[in-house]
Design a protein around this ligand. Structure first.
Ligand code: 9MR
Length: 484
């Protein structure tokens, strides 16, 4: 366990499409094929049917049969980290463990998430290296396994602890320079390790014609808020990075190590946060999931199995949440064994399913959320009030003292629409601080939100959602929707 993690640990039903896993050009893909079938009996089969992967962190000495039986994705828990495989000049060494895991994944029809290329911790011989050396390593590592790695964590844990919303300042982030002093590293004249590492990784993928997708991965970024409803500044900072470098970033890993740290609890707005990243067009993974079994200060419940259910549901409800990886098989073999955060007890190949396992399997078997029908349901009695053309909007709020997050659902009426505008009048003293999946005009009083390029066209009865965050109290909001 690295020191920052040690420290933060202490602080504190409609018809489902069926799907199959296919092995295509070295990568396993999930594909929909038809109508519903009986409940599946393994996590991987249930997940595949719902159209996502369900994976596990793996080590070469723990490749027990359960790995291939229950999971269809693996992440090397330690064997692809720079301290295992990097030389000081960015070359590769000791790749045996990683090779074993990649081969095991292939023979068990599993995806691989490579973990990880650029990280301040476990940097080994790369500690203190220049961007040029990091780039050499990025090229060597990506090319060694090519498209056999479906997803690579290119940059891991770049943001500071304690909800500051800042970048870390130790190497490699100490190389960052804010040339014009405007408080970010996003300008052309700035130096940014995140940008430069992703540019290099994308170059390598494109030059090799690889299918590998490139992810940024972090913890304490799962909710829109943290304990007490405080905005999650670390999540907002990650969001800004992904939005700014979207052309190089394909996927985002929310580590999802849920525990009693105020910034690591499970909040009600997990799904809304997954959705706002998904709305940028990236895939979202819950990349290192474990849940403390006596999590006492979370917002959404106390029982471990129920918490697993809610977290899995939040992912299932967002189409671009394409995978969940648990950080180990059993409690006793976990990096946090004292928190008993995983799905199995037992060890050394002899594992017993916990209540959390059954909850996850059950939830996966329910599949993704219902997509609204494109034609109104047929009823024997015509409705007394016919649905209207145009659009309608409803607001749901997650409020705390001094702030709130609003999720607005826009639903098309009886005809398809090509665009929408939602007007809201905020109470005095209330200010919008940021919005996602919509263009915004105004921050106080009467504010307008209109569709962005990808969510303006809705079929009759179909809906989309956007969100905004604000200070003050957002009571009595009555949205007025106009379609175009
Ligand atoms: O589970 C990993 C553990 O075996 C290592 O000792 C530890 C060293 O830092 O890393 C653990 O995995 C971490 C992952 O690479 C990044 N996110 C946090 C994970 C738990 O610390």
């Amino acid at each position: 366990m690295n020191s920052s993690l040690r420290q933060r640990k202490k602080v504190a039903g409609v018809a489902l499409p069926t799907a199959v896993l296919l092995l295509v050009a070295g990568a396993v893909t999930v594909q929909s094929t038809g109508p519903a079938a009986a409940a599946e009996t393994t996590l991987r089969a249930a997940a595949a049917k719902a159209g996502l992967f369900f994976g596990v962190a793996a080590s070469p000495n723990r490749l027990h049969p359960i790995v291939g039986q229950e999971f269809n994705q693996l992440t090397p828990e330690n064997d692809m980290k720079p301290d295992r495989i990097a030389t000081s000049s960015g070359g590769l060494q000791n790749t045996g463990g990683a090779d074993t895991l990649v081969n095991h994944a292939r023979s068990n029809n599993m995806l691989v998430r490579g973990h990880t290329l650029v990280w301040h911790s476990q940097a080994g011989a790369l500690q203190g290296a220049s961007q040029a050396t990091l780039n050499t390593f990025i090229g060597n590592a990506i090319n060694r396994w090519g498209s056999r790695i479906a997803y690579w964590d290119v940059v891991n844990e770049a943001l500071e602890d304690n909800n500051t919303g800042r970048r870390r300042n130790q190497w490699p982030h100490s190389m960052n320079r804010d040339a014009n002093g405007d408080g970010d590293f996003f300008d052309a004249g700035d130096t940014d390790v995140i940008r430069d590492s992703f540019i290099r990784a994308k170059q390598v993928v494109q030059a090799g014609g690889l299918t590998t997708k490139l992810c940024i991965n972090d913890y304490d970024v799962e909710g829109l808020t943290v304990r007490g409803g405080t905005p999650n500044r670390k999540a907002n900072a990650l969001y800004d990075i992904v939005r700014t470098y979207r052309q190089y970033i394909d996927c985002v890993g929310f580590q999802a190590h849920f525990n009693d740290n105020p910034n690591s609890i499970i909040t009600n707005d997990l799904q809304a946060n997954i959705q706002r990243f998904a709305d940028l067009g990236v895939e979202v993974h819950l990349s290192e999931l474990d849940i403390d079994d006596d999590l006492s200060n979370n917002d959404i419940g106390a029982g471990q199995a129920e918490n697993y259910r809610k977290v899995v549901r939040a992912c299932l409800n967002v189409a671009k949440c394409t995978g969940i990886t648990v950080w180990g098989i059993s409690d006793s073999e976990s990096w946090r064994s004292s928190e008993r955060g995983l799905l199995f007890s037992g060890g050394n190949g002899n594992y017993q399913k916990k209540a959390a396992y059954h909850a996850v399997l059950d939830e996966l078997n329910k599949g993704r959320s219902a997509t609204p029908p494109t034609t109104p349901p047929v009823t024997s009695d015509p409705p007394t009030t016919p649905p209207t053309a145009g659009c309608s909007a409803t607001v749901s709020l997650n409020s705390w003292t001094g702030g709130f997050v609003a999720t607005v659902r826009v639903t098309a009426g009886t005809s398809p629409i090509n665009g929408w505008n939602v007007q809201l009048t905020l109470p005095s003293g209330t200010t919008v601080t940021n919005a996602w999946s919509a263009n915004r005009t105004g921050t106080t009083g009467t504010v307008q939100f209109s569709n962005v390029s990808y969510n303006g066209s809705l079929n009759a009865g179909q809906y989309t959602e956007f969100g905004f965050q604000g200070t003050g109290a957002a009571t009595g909001l009555t949205p007025v929707c106009t379609a175009s």
